[in-house]
Design a protein around this ligand. Structure first.
Ligand SMILES: *Cc1c(COP(=O)(O)O)cnc(C)c1O
Length: 518
């Protein structure tokens, strides 16, 4: 998540300086002119802190700027060892080349870059067909667009459902001021944002211990005349399970309720069609009116692309569409942002045609196998598995300590141990009403090979052994203190925004749910 940064005051900057050691006596010799120096580290810039708060008055040589920023970034984690994230960390060089070549293209400029725009439409068409859009009907008008990610796609989906509901209410002479949306309390944070930003009341179906997906009957029971739609998740962020969209669909039909379903297929949209082709979750279900997917997750593109598709313009009201006249050409547009890069859309097209269905199928089946292997290994180590295997859900492994083992440490301590070995395996507190359950989650991505998986298993074993040793020595409380202190002292925590630290409105604020990274 991008942080909302707080700009430090002048006084805070002065105070920070007071903490620095005094190296006044270290001025060995004055720097000469750097003008002709070829060495980055011999220049006076290397002896200075990077400018952080005020834009410097003078320029610096490009080699120096490059090197300094590159060095600074080495303290970031290694993307391939980051098992917290669904987001793509590997693409072929050819794809990268195409994307770099397109860096300077503004995607919105349809007139100037008509091929890029057409490439987006080709992707929309392929994705809509992958999701079984009703194109057998010759009058079908399936619509779709690229976005920055699933979050924007979900904002657009929410707006469309809200507008359709409002129009219907107003046409019937009814009150249209209290829209609500029904969803699982394990939704990704963007659903909370969408509801809040667009003034839609959130109606949650809460998880229970043992059930981390939406209960279809409870969901449909919550629907009333003010419900704009139901969100069903194809692969929840916590346990990766697919929600039963068909059951929700069937209940709505059975009870003759006019309520659309939006499927959040951010992660599952490029997995289920290949690994689990018999699962019915998409436009084959008549109540499913819109679907989003993240191109940058199992769509296999670097971050910055998502997709959303609507079954029919009935579910995408005209009032939301702008015909943008750009340099003489009219283009229908439904986005939150105007300018954006074209690279990600081009990268998506490369993956779709380079890999084809068989390529995606091979990759998705391979990582499903790796996930199953990891799941079996953690179970053997005594952890409780919180996800399914065999391709019944996303290729991730969610697990927790067995309370019967009476360990004195928790999942967060294990995460910390693994972090010291370079792995990012997050620990989470589950969605509310699930007994404040803690869990760990490993997302298996394309570049997480079997041998890397074995390395992780080895380190996980070591981490647990180490923590048992610390517990046996009676020092686990000191260890927990140490972890807490490290967290607080973390250099990068300084940037956290204290002004908003006590927000109480979200599922996190109210229930302590951790928003999963995805
Ligand atoms: C990742 C994710 C999102 C948010 O998608 P972005 O592409 O990161 O904006 C929404 N819903 C689910 C289920 C997700 O996994």
């Amino acid at each position: 998540m991008v942080h909302l940064g707080k700009v430090p005051t002048h006084k805070e900057l002065e105070d920070q300086k007071k903490d620095l050691p005094d190296v006044g006596g270290l001025d060995l010799q004055p720097h000469g002119s750097d003008q002709f120096t070829a060495s980055v580290y011999g220049s006076h810039y290397a002896a200075m802190d990077l400018p952080k708060h005020e834009m410097p008055e003078e320029m610096m040589p490009k080699e120096v700027a490059y090197r300094m920023i590159k060095d600074d970034l080495t303290l970031d984690g290694t993307p391939t060892l980051n098992l917290a994230s669904f987001v793509t960390t590997y693409m072929e060089e050819e794809a990268e080349k195409l994307m770099v070549d397109a860096f300077s293209k503004n995607f919105i400029d349809y007139e100037e870059y008509p091929v890029s725009a057409d490439i987006q439409n080709r992707c929309v068409s392929m994705i809509a067909r992958l999701f079984n859009a009703p194109l057998h009907d010759e009058n079908a008008q399936v619509m779709g667009t690229s976005t920055i990610g699933s979050s924007e796609a979900i904002m657009l989906g929410t707006l469309a459902m809200k507008k359709r509901w409002q129009k219907k209410r107003i046409a019937a002479g009814k009150d249209a001021s209290k829209p609500n949306i029904v969803m699982n309390s394990a939704v990704q944070v963007c659903w909370e944002k969408a509801a809040r930003y667009f003034d839609v009341e959130e109606k949650y179906v809460y998880c229970e211990e043992g059930r981390y997906v939406i209960d279809p009957k409870q969901a449909v029971d919550l629907v009333d005349e003010n419900t704009i739609g139901i969100c069903s998740i194809l692969g929840t962020t916590y346990t990766g399970e697919y929600e039963d969209t068909k059951a929700i669909n069937d209940l709505l039909i059975e009870r003759n309720i006019d309520c659309p379903i939006h499927v959040d297929a951010a992660s599952g949209g490029f997995v289920a069609p290949f690994v689990n082709p018999d699962l019915v979750w998409d436009f084959k279900l008549e109540k499913v009116v819109s679907i989003n997917v993240s191109g940058h997750k199992y769509g296999l593109v670097y971050p910055g692309v998502g997709w959303v598709v609507w079954r029919d313009p009935e579910f995408l009201p005209k009032e939301l569409i702008f015909n943008i006249n750009y340099l003489g050409a009219d283009q229908a547009s439904f986005t939150l942002n105007f300018s954006r890069g074209a690279s990600q859309v081009i990268g998506q097209y490369y993956q779709l045609i380079r890999l084809g269905k068989s390529g995606y199928r091979n990759i998705m089946c391979n990582i499903t196998r790796t996930a199953d292997y990891l799941a079996a290994s953690v179970e053997k180590m005594g952890f409780l598995l919180m996800c399914q295997t065999g391709g019944k859900d996303l290729p991730l492994v969610a697990f927790r300590l067995n309370p019967k083992d009476g360990h004195q440490f928790d999942e967060f301590a294990i995460a910390h141990q693994l972090r010291e070995r370079g792995w990012v395996v997050p620990a989470y507190t589950m969605a509310p009403h699930a007994g404040t359950l803690k869990m760990m989650r490993v997302v298996v991505r394309e570049d997480f090979s079997r041998s890397r998986c074995d390395a992780l298993i080895g380190d996980l074993k070591l981490a647990v052994q180490e923590l048992v040793k610390i517990s046996d020595a009676g020092s686990i409380d000191q260890y927990k203190d140490h972890v807490q202190r490290q967290k607080k002292a973390g250099k990068h925590q300084k940037g956290l925004n204290q002004h908003y630290a006590d927000e109480q409105h979200s599922l996190k604020g109210k229930h302590g749910k951790t928003h999963a990274v995805c």
